[in-house]
Design a protein around this ligand. Structure first.
Ligand code: GDP
Ligand code: MG
Length: 387
């Protein structure tokens, strides 16, 4: 083995020939945007696999880079390389999906054009798929995998945080990898694919409901040509992507948890409102009225946030009816609180602090469960799968 100019391991002689009977056919999808300089060495390295007996179909999905990519591919006159130039669409995920749709073989590999992903690992991908894996990831974080030195601390932290955020969906060590392998039958199982975000691997693992995911160690090289398309916007999109995946895979929890958090925040809002309103309005109205105003304002706060975060599928319609229903539903636990507080009090004249606390606790717990389930049932129809 030697390290080539890209920092990847490349063998001197022919790369690993296909094992078993006959030639193995693999479709390789390479999304590109302004990768004109990286393509020649990439194609050369893929061609070495062909020389070793692999039957490769390469689909380059380019988003109209106009940097010589088209001219270069045309000049090769290679029947095994297909260039798809997209004029209207832009984006990594949709480019990958386009390539997967157009591919003709049963074994599919997706890789970056920038030589971060060593093509010499493709035989190991095929082996894992033949051994029963539904999905394969080229991984930096399994034994034998590595990242070329020179990754900034920030980029490393970024990758680790993103990996932790993906934990509810998959246990793999490197779910952020863009070097992927899958069988056609896995791809055909994909449901509700969402083109947002860069992390198409994570999207596919979740939406194809993969359980057998293998990780093949790779040496991840730093790109030598061109620039990364990873920007701050990508990180914001990643957060959105994680939220959408959570809503897709765990719709109940993704609705109840924000509802409970907003409910807890509502208690703070209520207390703060009382602190402000009592001194402000005491001279013009009685305490019960001030409390009623504080409760109503808190309900508005909860309604606005719950509609957005817990009942995200609610859309823009029926806001007024939903609000009236919401207030009616929320009033039930408030009345329970009132009833518990008064019935736990020692005598009719005095509300003890303990009774108040018990009332508030019962009211809150009951309130969250009751408000959430009844609001869902009566006011907001159930989340659609593709929300
Ligand atoms: N077709 C297409 N390819 C893209 C787009 N954005 C990135 N790519 C390609 O996707 C691969 C990964 O992008 P890259 O910038 O290397 O991301 P990084 O590895 O996370 O820094 C590269 O081959 C890019 O050329 C896009 O909008 N459209
Ligand atoms: Mg890259």
């Amino acid at each position: 083995m030697e390290i080539d100019e890209t920092g990847s391991q490349v063998s001197n002689g022919p790369v690993q020939p296909p094992s078993g009977e006959g030639r193995r056919s693999v479709s390789i999808i390479v999304p590109t945007y302004q990768e004109g300089e990286s393509l020649p060495p990439l194609i050369e390295r893929l061609d070495r696999l062909r020389s070793a007996g692999w039957d490769l179909e390469v689909l380059i999905v380019d988003d109209n880079s106009r940097d010589g990519t088209e001219e270069f591919i045309e000049s090769l006159e290679a029947a095994w390389i297909r260039l798809i130039v997209r004029q209207d669409d832009r984006g990594l995920s949709t480019a990958v999906m386009k390539g997967l749709e157009e591919a003709s073989h049963d074994l599919l590999v997706v890789m970056d054009a920038d030589l971060s992903h060593p093509p010499e690992s493709i035989p190991a991908f095929v082996e894992a798929l033949s051994d029963g894996a539904e999905f394969v990831i080229g991984s930096r974080y399994v034994p034998g995998g590595s990242t070329e030195d020179g990754w900034g601390y920030l980029r490393w932290v970024n990758s680790k945080v993103a990996t932790v955020m993906a934990r509810p969906f998959t246990r793999v060590k490197d779910p952020m990898s863009g070097f992927l392998g899958l069988r056609r039958d896995t791809w055909l199982r994909a449901e509700d694919l969402d083109p947002i975000g860069y992390k198409i691997g994570l999207e596919l693992i979740v939406k194809c409901r993969c359980t057998k995911v293998a990780e093949v160690p790779i040496h991840f090289s730093t790109r030598r040509h061109g620039e990364s398309k990873l920007t701050l916007k990508v990180q914001k999109d990643y957060l959105k992507h994680i939220i959408r995946l959570a809503r897709w895979k765990y719709p109940e929890r993704s609705s109840f948890i924000p509802f409970a958090v907003v409910g807890a925040m509502g208690i703070g809002v209520y207390v703060a409102l009382l602190a402000v309103l009592v001194p402000l309005l005491s001279s013009v109205m009685g305490k019960p009225w001030i409390i009623a105003i504080a409760i109503l304002l808190t309900m508005c706060f909860n309604f606005i946030l719950d509609r957005k975060l817990a009942f995200w599928w609610a859309g823009k319609e029926r806001v007024a009816t939903q609000f009236v229903g919401f207030v009616a539903i929320c009033t039930v636990p408030v009345l329970v609180n009132f009833w518990v507080t008064t019935s736990f009090s020692a005598d009719d004249q005095m509300v003890t602090p303990l009774a108040g606390m018990i009332g508030a606790a019962v009211g809150s717990v009951l309130g969250v469960l009751f408000n959430w389930s009844v609001s869902r049932l009566l006011l907001f129809s159930r989340p659609r799968r593709d929300a």
